[in-house]
Design a protein around this ligand. Sequence first.
Ligand SMILES: Cc1cc2nc3c(=O)[nH]c(=O)nc-3n(C[C@H](O)[C@H](O)[C@H](O)COP(=O)(O)OP(=O)(O)OC[C@H]3O[C@@H](n4cnc5c(N)ncnc54)[C@H](O)[C@@H]3O)c2cc1C
Length: 351
Amino acid sequence: MQVLHDAPLAPLTTFRLGGPAARLVTASTDAEVIAAVREADDSGTPLLVIGGGSNLVIGDKGFDGTALRIATRGVELRGTTLELAAGEVWTDAVARTVEAGLAGVECLAGIPGSAGATPIQNVGAYGQEVSSTITEVIAYDRRAGETVTLTNEECAFSYRHSRFKADPERYVVLRVRFELEAADGLSAPVKYAEAARALGVEPGDRVPLADARATVLKLRAGKGMVLDAEDHDTWSAGSFFTNPILTEEQFAAFRARVRERLGQDAEPPAYPAGEGRTKTSAAWLIDKAGFTKGYGTGPARISTKHTLALTNRGGATTEDLLALAREVVAGVREAFGVTLVNEPVTVGVGL
Ligand SMILES: Cc1cc2nc3c(=O)[nH]c(=O)nc-3n(C[C@H](O)[C@H](O)[C@H](O)COP(=O)(O)OP(=O)(O)OC[C@H]3O[C@@H](n4cnc5c(N)ncnc54)[C@H](O)[C@@H]3O)c2cc1C
């Protein structure tokens, strides 16, 4: 276990933003993770768990407590069952499953961060979400003071949400188990229209696993959604806002606002999101409210490749980023009456 004091956190985040932690502990075994969590909890010290730092906005003042960096390793593949230690690099694990000819997570290639963080916001992209393949999450329960195994159902997964996100002070994920599918080297049915188009197939078709992964990586790279230290469009947390889910009444009011503003033929994006609910596109809202790609003049700007990513052009502070985020939220609300919600976890700050 490595312990540092007054340690900078910005280099541990993909935004490269935020002040130092009073204490930074790096744990490379489950026992070290548990010992560090217990020590913090027993002494009443605030705890911040960090994986790959790709979904974190840390305030400029930093974190006055123990930041615990999860650096555990372990990949076990038995038949179609995969178990990953929380600290494993997610996109590398996806590559391993594709090499092993197993389907289920191939469209989640290129998502930065750790395996242990994937259940937190039910990571998803291109028609797949980890909630479809996770069978169990092994976690340290800080309230009970013991290691527990949560079934998929107990994780209460929904769109970019889970039991872990709802109750962030309770669980530290140690391991995640997945059940994948052996489909003769083919992917799961391709659900996402854009990916199907790029692959030259119809939605619902299966394609060779390696093709699915390569196509997703290419589409993601075109949007600045694959980490590249040289490219400031990827100094981000990916999507900064979740796609709003509206009730029937809210959607009707929103549609009326869209037509008022953009013309009577204008039609906002709408996807079914469960009984009486419609999901619309945050990227579309941001763009139509006038915040186009590259928007901004300061060191924090909208990505030049994707309106949904707020980025650090180098030299930004967290306050610069939050000022931009607040401007976008206020602009979208004023234009369309919809309030965007941030996807990354904020530490010591809020929108
Ligand atoms: C370029 C880019 C593209 C992205 N694309 C996508 C995408 O397509 N889809 C998507 O869903 N997300 C995407 N993201 C967001 C991010 O990669 C995911 O949310 C990822 O799972 C975060 O993992 P992490 O290890 O970096 O978590 P961190 O940023 O380190 O932490 C995020 C949260 O999870 C908690 N946490 C981390 N590890 C643990 C653990 N072991 N136990 C308990 N809590 C933990 C942290 O305390 C924090 O609250 C993208 C980010 C970037 C930068």
